[in-house]
Design a protein around this ligand. Sequence first.
Ligand code: NDP
Length: 244
Amino acid sequence: MSDTTILVTGSSRGIGRAIALRLARDGYMPVLHCRSRLDEATAVADEIEALRGMRPRILQCDVAERQQTAEVLLQDVETHGCYYGVVCNAGIARDNAFPAMPAEDWDAVIHTNLDSFYNVLNPLTMPLVRRRKPGRIVTLASVSGLMGNRGQVNYSAAKAGIIGATKALAVELASRAITVNCVAPGLIDTEMIEPHVLEEAMKIIPSRRMGKPEEVAATVSFLMSEDAAYITRQVISVNGGMIG
Ligand code: NDP
């Protein structure tokens, strides 16, 4: 089964949960991951077990913590073999106008959203290459990383960094048949969205609605498929026309 396993970071809820469920429905076996909400990850594992008749593993670590993340991932890979795909989805937002932004909110967002690219993918890159088979990496950026959002200087910086890192890694891994792409959602209906941003945001979303986590998941699942083998180094937006 290791040929269909896909690690989805931050799959206890929100977009990550929808990605894990969609991948399971499309015939892959997700490896779930969370930081603290193990009960919610366990509920996702229950749903997948009901769907597929097999129970997915759940990994737990803080992706901002380099050593802890490497230990958890390498132990899983040593025990079960390397994944076919990795979805770097776990992330946080800590919004504030820049002059009022506490240093700890800058650090938390950069560590969780950008350093996690290194913390998750650096330990996994050589195991992925050594499989000598096609592989897939998808990272989650954001419309904020493409256009810069008021109140999100930290988040925009982290997500723009993710786009650059994703494109560079794609070049390094292309000859190994490992594709590396970025999905950049707009405003998606999850816990991350604070109600006060909604009214303003609606004015700049041509579709006049938030996206659903399932709509992001569908794009991620396509990028995981064999049909997407020649798509690499790309940023695919899922944003209701917010930017073109
Ligand atoms: P949610 O807040 O709904 O879920 C976040 C997930 O990430 C949870 O599973 C959480 O685990 C996990 N997580 C958070 N911090 C850490 C950490 N330090 N270590 C490990 N896991 C962590 O977020 P969304 O589903 O909305 O967002 C998912 C991704 O999509 C993020 O990268 C986000 O930036 C991006 N995105 C979201 C948009 C939106 O509008 N919602 C728009 C654009 C991009 P736990 O449950 O254990 O806390």
